[in-house]
Design a protein around this ligand. Structure first.
Ligand SMILES: Nc1ncnc2c1ncn2[C@@H]1O[C@H](COP(=O)(O)OP(=O)(O)OP(=O)(O)O)[C@@H](O)[C@H]1O
Length: 263
């Protein structure tokens, strides 16, 4: 379980200003183990900043994130243990991969860093992870620049899964792909989540995607959480006017996935 208590983030208005700009107003949210969440909202509403705070990449201005009741941000705290629990896949997967590092080495790096696996064991685990993420075994020796955008994304997912995270955050990670590839990657990630059982958080502008994939939807606007609704296909659960506007504005391009909702 991930608990967010009074979590907030403010940035300086500009390099030379003391004025603060609130990117995330104090929030309280619980993410259940194995749950599937979507955080939606317009550009600049604070979704990525929230995701980065959950992932341990952005120090909050106030409040804290708790994983299994342990605070993530502590004085002199080491975030390595946290990175093992929560992994984030961001929009630009190529920038997350070392351009000079072959695919196999990229996936094996966390196996060395977090599990100190010997060469034979990690090669075997790497091949398993590549299989899980639909990457052909002979891609092991390829460089990221020799892969398509979708394949790079799969390497980033395999690398994140190598850590055996309790939670995977997918931040606008399919932006820029055409619809069939977007669907394929999302379907793959949902299949993985169903078989492995980690918590999955999608960060997206796209409420159509959210209603298709999530069992709880959080709507953000202007740094605030407007509502968090349990969702099983009935859009009347949305009470906030802004959520209804988002739904009305976007319901003509649904992302139809080929999996069955469990609920
Ligand atoms: N490091 C930073 N320094 C200053 N301001 C920042 C920083 N990161 C984000 N912001 C600002 O905080 C606000 C929220 O940004 P954030 O990226 O969290 O929004 P978002 O909802 O994810 O937007 P998008 O959907 O466009 O990615 C924006 O106004 C952004 O300009």
């Amino acid at each position: 379980m991930i608990e967010i208590k009074d979590l907030s983030c403010a940035f300086s208005d500009s390099l030379f200003s003391r004025n603060k700009f609130t990117a995330v107003s104090p929030l309280n949210i619980n993410f259940r183990k194995g749950g599937r969440y979507a955080i939606v909202g317009e550009s600049g509403s604070g979704k990525t900043t929230l995701a980065r705070m959950i992932a341990g990449l952005q120090k909050p201005s106030g409040g804290n994130v708790f994983v299994g009741e342990k605070p993530v941000y502590r004085k002199n705290g080491n975030l390595k243990e946290h990175f093992k629990k929560i992994q984030i896949i961001q929009q630009n997967s190529l920038s997350a991969l070392d351009p000079k590092m072959i695919v196999g080495r990229s996936i094996e790096e966390p196996l060395i860093c977090f599990f100190h696996m010997d060469r034979t064991t990690r090669r075997k685990r790497c091949e398993e992870l590549m299989g899980i993420c639909n990457l052909p075994a002979d891609y092991y020796s390829r460089l990221p620049c020799e892969l398509s955008g979708g394949e790079q994304k799969r390497v980033a997912i395999a690398r994140a899964l190598a850590v055996q995270p309790q939670c995977l955050i997918f931040d606008e990670a399919t932006n820029g792909f055409d619809l069939p590839l977007r669907k394929k990657i999302i379907e793959e990630i949902i299949q993985l989540q169903e078989s492995i059982g980690f918590t999955l958080i999608f960060i997206t502008h796209d409420i159509d995607l959210a209603v298709e994939v999530a069992d709880e939807i959080l709507v953000m606007r202007d740094s605030k959480l407007l509502e968090k609704v349990k969702f099983s296909g009935d859009i009347s659960v949305f009470k906030n006017e802004y959520s209804k506007i988002l739904l009305r504005a976007s319901r003509h391009k649904p992302v139809k996935l080929s999996y069955e909702r469990n609920n």
